[in-house]
Design a protein around this ligand. Structure first.
Ligand code: FES
Length: 178
């Protein structure tokens, strides 16, 4: 993997860090007095929660804050599917496709979500960025087991867990986010 991350421009995330995010980052780093590197994942979560994704300027900024090389942060962003390098929808729909959910119909549920928000069910994720609805509001993707196999099929809608979903029930779920 290329060790160098592209240089940033003034419009990028690192130039728009709100004061409260800086405070939360400073506080998170205090939890790892022996190895600042251990703060990498917490800082990436804080960054993505703020901006929705992590651009190159974010990778560089976090690396500098933790006295690391950018590659040390970039390799985490590209390894963990949870992290994104481009914007997804404002409402992220993550449908479980692991065995219990697949057997209970999660592929049909995913297709129903796609159709309801105007995404082609055949559309694939690119890298860590799922297909996004034409209005930019929703993204739909598959994820692996969400640890709720007993109520399969399940999906995470942003941070909310929806259980025992049927294709017919997807419209009612989406109506809560309109
Ligand atoms: S298989 Fe879907 S939650 Fe475990």
């Amino acid at each position: 993997m290329d060790k160098h991350v592209a240089l940033t421009s003034v419009s990028e995330q690192a130039n728009q860090i709100p004061a409260d995010l800086l405070l939360r980052i400073d506080e998170a780093v205090t939890h790892y007095p022996v190895s600042k590197r251990s703060a990498s994942l917490p800082l990436l979560h804080l960054w993505q929660n703020q901006f929705g994704f992590i651009d190159d300027s974010g990778v560089n900024w976090i690396a500098k804050r933790l006295e690391l090389e950018p590659i040390n942060i970039l390799e985490l962003v590209t390894f963990y599917p949870w992290f994104r390098q481009q914007a997804a929808g404002k409402v992220c729909i993550r449908v479980c496709r692991t065995l219990s959910c697949a057997l209970a119909g999660s592929f049909e549920v995913r297709d129903a979500f796609c159709k309801a928000v105007g995404i082609d069910p055949k559309a694939e994720s690119h890298g860590h960025t799922p297909p996004v609805s034409p209005d930019g509001k929703f993204s739909v993707e598959f994820v692996e087991c969400l640890a709720s196999c007993g109520s399969a099929p399940v999906a995470l809608i942003n941070d909310d867990l929806a259980e025992d979903i049927t294709p017919e029930g997807t419209a009612a779920i989406l109506s809560q986010y309109n």
